[in-house]
Write a protein that binds this ligand. Structure first.
Ligand code: SF4
Length: 213
């Protein structure tokens, strides 16, 4: 389980479903955007290294029933407190941090507290937006619950359960799966009793952002 995949699930569970089950070629614009994002990370990583932070270190840690693997952009310990930095080449919300970015940073912090950083019980999550500056959050139990709940549902989705489509025009207008996603919704028969639990539907009440602290 990768924290970056967890971020995709929290951003839109249905998008994670497509990325898990559909192979597709990336278009030129998408590849260009990814290359620019990578360049942004490399430049920011050089600055972080110069400041004495640990940059893109490979990690593996067990959280509950799940093994997480990934590379946080940067981390450090300040006065006994772990500080995890996650860089985003996009725009931040007006206040706080997008929940998907907070969940990814929380997974890295949790991994570091389990595997690398002894003696630190608390963590600060620092999300640096290319357009929006640096926002900070505490790692809370609520965020850890979000990570573990999402991880459990991601397993079901990889096995084929179709999850919630988090329809927001700003997301769907740039989504490469928009057409199949809408077709899938049309083909899904509503249940007879009118009630069904869609994995990931709880996320709709959690957006748009967490407050900075
Ligand atoms: S079209 Fe919208 S709801 Fe469907 S997968 Fe893409 S982002 Fe999610």
């Amino acid at each position: 389980m990768k924290p970056s995949s967890l971020r995709t699930y929290v951003y839109c569970p249905r998008l994670y479903f497509f990325e898990s089950h559909v192979r597709r070629e990336r278009g030129l614009l998408e590849r260009l955007r990814l290359a620019l994002g990578r360049l942004y990370h490399v430049l920011a990583g050089i600055v972080d290294m110069a400041r004495g932070r640990v940059v893109e270190e490979p990690l593996e840690a067990r959280l509950g029933d799940y093994v997480f693997v990934g590379r946080p952009d940067a981390w450090r310990v300040e006065e006994g407190r772990l500080v995890v930095t996650e860089r985003k080449s996009g725009r931040g919300p007006r206040r706080g941090v997008w929940l998907s970015d907070a969940a990814q940073a929380a997974a890295y912090a949790f991994m570091l507290l389990r595997s690398r950083v002894r003696g630190a019980n608390e963590a600060t999550l620092e999300v640096g937006y290319a357009f929006g500056g640096v926002r900070r959050l505490r790692l809370t139990e609520d965020l850890v619950d979000i990570v573990l709940r999402a991880a459990g549902e991601m397993r079901m989705v990889r096995e084929g359960v179709v999850p919630y489509a988090y329809r927001v025009e700003a997301k769907c207008s740039i989504c490469p799966y928009r057409v199949p996603c809408e077709e899938l919704d049309r083909s899904l028969a509503p249940p007879e009793d009118g009630e069904i639990y869609e994995p990931g539907s709880w996320l709709a009440s959690r957006e748009p952002a967490l407050d900075s602290r």
